[in-house]
Design a protein around this ligand. Structure first.
Ligand code: ADP
Ligand code: ZN
Ligand code: ZN
Length: 683
C-alpha cells in the first residue's frame, strides 16, 4: 500500500476540545477538502472532515497514522462552509472540529460509504405538489419600493437589510418575491425562523407560492432519517428552498443566493449550549462571506440590528402600514393602582373594565387572547402557619404548583412530586398557592365568565404530539371565546377572530437585572398586539389591554404610540449610559461545581490569568457572581463577566485565555463544567 498523501483532518474529541489544530493523516489517494472520513484517534475511531487548510501545529511525521475510511460518494463540503465553521469556532471559542461535526446531521456520521451510496441512490426530490400561484397580489407602494432597493443592493454593496415593519405589513410577501428572484437566477434560498412551531405556517406560504420547487425543512424535531434526507437534498443542491431553525444556518448550500431571517430579534436564534452561537449574526457573516443578500425582518428589531441601521451599516427598509389599511389595535393601559381592592386584598385576575370588554367581545362573537408569561397554576405554595414554601431541594428556585396533575414541579431540574396534603414542616392543612400562572388564570376566567369557552395554550397543554395544532385549529374554527396562554400564543399565529389582546401581568420584566428584559417585553407585547385585528374588517375595534402598576413607564408610552423607534432610542440611551451592548462587547465565563468555593476559586484564578495577558487592560473583568438561579440539580453555578469597548480586544484576549483555562481546569477537578459564552443574551 502506498501512503503518499497527507491530509489535515478536524475531529471532535474531548481531549482536543479547545484545540483548534487539525490532525494529519495518511491516505492512499488524494482526498478533496470537505470529504467526510473516519480516522483513528488513540484507541478509538472517530469521524472527521478533511480540512481545506492546516490549522495549528502539524503532527510529527512519525506519529502519522492512516485514515480508515472516507465517504467517497458524498460530494465534499464546500470551502465557504468550512470558512463559516472556522469563523464560528474562533468567534464563539470552540474547537473547529466540535462545531463542524455538531452541525452535521447525526446520522451522517453513522453511515459508511456503501450505505450512504444506497441512501443517495434512493434519494428522490419531492417537489411541492401545489401548482405555482399564478395571480400574485399587486405590491403595495412600500413593498415595491423595498423590493426595488433590494434589487439594486444585489448589484452594489452587499449590505445586510433590516426589513422593519409591523405585523401584517407585508414582510412575508417581500421575502417571497425576493426568494422568487433568487430561484429564477438558479440559486437556493435559506429562510431562518426562531421556532419549530412557526415553521408550518411559513412553509405553507412558501409552498403555495413555489409549486414544483423542492423545499425542505431543517430543525431538531425531525427524525434523524428525515433530517439526513433534507440535509442531503440541500447539500446536493437539489433543494431550492431550505426553511429551518437556528441550526439551518450551517446547512451546506452549494447554490446559496439569499438568506432571510424572520423575527430576527428573537432570542431563540441564540444557541444556549455547546457552541453558543447566534444564528442571526452568523447569517449576516455568511451573507458577506458568500456575497449573498441577507434580509433581517422584524416588527421590533434587536437593538443591535436597529442601531446598525441607524449608523448606516445595515440598509433599513420600512413597511410602515398594515396591508389593507388595517389599523393597529388601540393600546389601553389599565392602571392597577386605581382598581378597588377586594376585602381579601388580593387583586383580581382581571380588573373590572377589562372583564367587561371581554364580555362585550363574547357577546359579539369575537375572540379574546389573554397573555400571561408564567405557566402552571401558581409559582409557589405557601404555609401561612410556619412560612414553609415549595422550594426545590436541588435548586435555588421554587417548585411550581400544577393543579391539573396535582404536582409540584421544578422548572429548572424537572424534579416533581405529588402536592402534599398538609404542610410538610408543621402539618397545617391550609397551604395556599401564591401568585398566578396560566392554569389558574384559565380557572379564574371560567369562574368569572361561566358562559365563555376558555382554552389554554402553553408548554404544558401542548406536550402531546399534535396537541398544539389541534388547539390552534379550535381557535381558528371559532370554538374558543377566550384563549389564555404564554408567549407561545403571542408569536406568529395568524388568528382572524381576535379583537382583544390583554397582557395580564407584564410588569415583572420592567425591574429585573436582565438588561435585555425591557427589549424582550416590548417585542413580546408588540407581537401580542399584532394578534389582534388581523382581519381588516375588525381592525377598527381591536384593542390591546395592559394591566400595569406602572402606567407611566416609558416602555408603555412607546407601546401605546406603536412607536418602536422611540422605544429603541430610549433604550439605547440607557445602554450607552450604562456601557452595555451594543456600546460594549461582553463574554461570560461560566463555571459549575458541587460547591460555590470551588467555582469561585477557579473563576478568580482565571481572572488573574486574564489580567496578565497582553492587551488585558482593554478588557474589564468583573468579580464572579451567581446567576439568577444559582443552584440547579444540586450543582452550583457561578459566572464572571468580561466587557470591552472593542470587539477585537475581547476576541484577542479570549483566544489567548482559552488554552490557559483548559490547563487551569486540570488543577481544579471539583469544577465540573466551564464554558465561555460570547455575546451572552443575559448576564
Ligand atoms: P407580515 O409578514 O409583515 O406579518 P404578511 O406578508 O403576512 O405580513 O402580510 C399580511 C397579509 O396581507 C397576508 O395575509 C398577506 O397575504 C397579505 N398581503 C401581503 N402583501 C399584500 C399585497 N401587496 N396585496 C394584498 N395582500 C397582501
Ligand atoms: Zn407549615
Ligand atoms: Zn429543581
Amino acid at each position: 500500500m502506498s501512503a503518499d498523501c497527507i491530509v489535515p483532518v478536524v475531529v471532535d474529541a474531548p481531549q482536543h476540545a479547545g484545540l483548534s489544530a487539525t490532525l494529519d493523516y495518511q491516505c492512499e489517494q488524494a482526498l478533496a477538502p470537505g470529504t467526510l472520513v473516519q480516522v483513528p484517534l488513540g484507541r478509538r475511531s472517530v469521524p472527521g472532515i478533511v480540512w481545506h487548510r492546516r490549522l495549528g501545529d502539524a503532527a510529527e511525521a512519525a506519529r502519522l497514522r492512516p485514515l480508515q475510511a472516507a465517504l467517497h460518494c458524498l460530494p465534499p463540503l464546500g470551502d465557504a462552509w468550512m470558512q463559516l465553521v472556522e469563523f464560528s469556532a474562533a468567534y464563539y471559542q470552540r474547537s473547529v472540529g466540535e462545531v463542524a461535526l455538531s452541525v452535521l446531521p447525526p446520522d451522517l456520521r453513522k453511515l459508511d460509504d456503501l450505505r450512504l451510496a444506497k441512501r443517495l441512490a434512493r434519494l428522490r426530490p419531492e417537489p411541492i405538489a401545489a401548482p405555482p400561484a399564478l395571480t400574485l397580489p399587486a405590491l403595495t407602494e412600500a413593498q415595491a419600493a423595498a423590493l426595488e432597493q433590494l434589487a439594486t443592493l444585489r448589484a452594489t454593496a452587499r449590505q445586510p437589510t433590516l426589513l422593519q415593519g409591523v405585523t401584517g405589513s407585508g414582510k412575508t410577501e417581500v421575502y417571497l418575491r425576493s426568494a422568487a428572484r433568487a430561484l429564477e437566477a438558479g440559486r437556493q434560498v435559506l429562510v431562518l425562523v426562531p421556532e419549530i412551531n412557526l415553521t408550518p405556517q411559513l412553509e405553507a406560504r412558501f409552498a403555495e407560492r413555489f409549486g414544483g420547487r423542492q423545499m425542505v425543512s431543517l430543525h431538531s424535531a425531525l427524525t434523524p432519517a428525515r433530517r439526513l434526507r433534507h440535509w442531503l437534498l440541500a447539500h446536493l443542491g437539489q433543494a431550492d428552498l431550505v426553511l429551518g431553525t437556528r441550526l439551518a444556518v450551517f446547512a451546506s448550500l452549494p447554490r446559496l443566493g439569499l438568506i432571510v431571517v424572520d423575527e430576527e430579534h428573537d432570542p431563540s436564534f441564540k444557541q444556549q449550549e455547546g457552541a453558543r452561537y447566534s444564528a442571526r449574526d452568523l447569517a449576516v457573516y455568511r451573507g458577506r462571506l458568500e456575497g449573498v443578500p441577507v434580509i433581517l425582518g422584524s416588527a421590533t428589531p434587536s437593538l443591535e440590528s436597529w442601531s446598525h441601521a441607524e449608523q448606516g451599516r445595515y440598509r433599513r427598509l420600512s413597511l410602515a402600514q398594515r396591508i389593507g389599511g388595517g389599523a393597529l389595535p388601540v393600546v389601553r393601559l389599565l392602571d392597577m393602582n386605581t382598581v378597588p381592592r377586594p376585602a381579601d386584598h388580593v387583586p383580581p385576575a382581571l380588573a373590572p373594565p377589562l372583564l367587561q370588554a371581554i364580555e362585550q367581545r363574547i357577546a359579539r362573537g369575537e375572540q379574546s387572547l389573554l397573555f400571561l408569561n408564567r405557566r402552571g397554576y401558581a409559582p409557589v405554595l405557601f404555609c401561612g402557619a410556619c412560612g414553609w414554601k415549595s422550594g426545590c431541594p436541588h435548586c435555588s428556585a421554587w417548585r411550581v404548583f400544577h393543579k391539573a396533575d396535582r404536582t409540584l414541579r421544578c422548572h429548572h431540574c424537572g424534579f416533581g412530586e405529588r402536592v402534599p396534603r398538609a404542610c410538610p414542616d408543621c402539618g397545617n392543612l391550609d397551604i395556599a398557592p401564591i401568585g398566578r400562572g396560566t392554569e389558574r388564570l384559565q380557572e379564574q376566567i371560567a369562574e368569572l365568565l361561566p358562559q365563555a369557552r376558555v382554552a389554554r395554550i402553553d408548554a404544558d397543554s401542548t406536550r402531546a404530539k399534535g396537541a398544539l395544532q389541534a388547539q390552534l385549529s379550535a381557535v381558528h374554527a371559532g370554538e374558543v371565546d377566550v384563549l389564555v396562554g404564554t408567549q407561545m400564543i403571542a408569536k406568529g399565529h395568524d388568528f382572524r377572530g381576535i379583537t382583544l389582546v390583554a397582557a395580564v401581568n407584564p410588569d415583572a420584566a420592567l425591574f429585573t437585572s436582565d438588561f435585555r428584559a425591557a427589549e424582550r417585553l416590548f417585542a413580546l407585547l408588540m407581537q401580542a398586539a399584532g394578534r389582534a385585528g388581523r382581519d381588516a374588517a375588525q381592525a377598527a375595534r381591536s384593542e390591546m389591554w395592559i394591566q400595569t402598576w406602572h402606567p407611566r413607564h416609558a416602555l408603555y408610552a412607546a407601546l401605546r404610540a406603536h412607536d418602536f423607534d422611540a422605544f429603541a432610542r430610549d433604550q439605547l440611551d440607557e445602554r450607552r449610559a450604562a456601557g452595555l451592548p451594543p456600546f460594549s462587547h461582553l463574554a461570560l465565563l461560566r463555571a459549575e461545581a458541587r460547591n460555590v468555593e470551588a467555582a469561585t476559586t477557579f473563576l478568580r484564578e482565571a481572572a488573574t490569568l486574564a489580567a496578565q495577558l497582553p492587551g488585558g487592560e482593554a478588557v474589564r473583568v468583573y468579580p464572579p457572581v451567581p446567576p439568577p438561579v444559582s443552584r440547579v440539580a444540586g450543582v452550583e453555578r457561578l459566572q464572571m463577566l468580561l466587557e470591552s469597548d472593542s470587539r477585537r480586544a475581547l476576541q484577542q484576549l479570549l483566544a489567548e485565555w482559552l488554552p490557559m483555562l483548559h490547563t487551569l481546569r486540570g488543577r481544579h477537578r471539583p469544577v465540573q463544567r466551564w464554558a465561555v459564552d460570547v455575546d451572552p443574551l443575559a448576564i
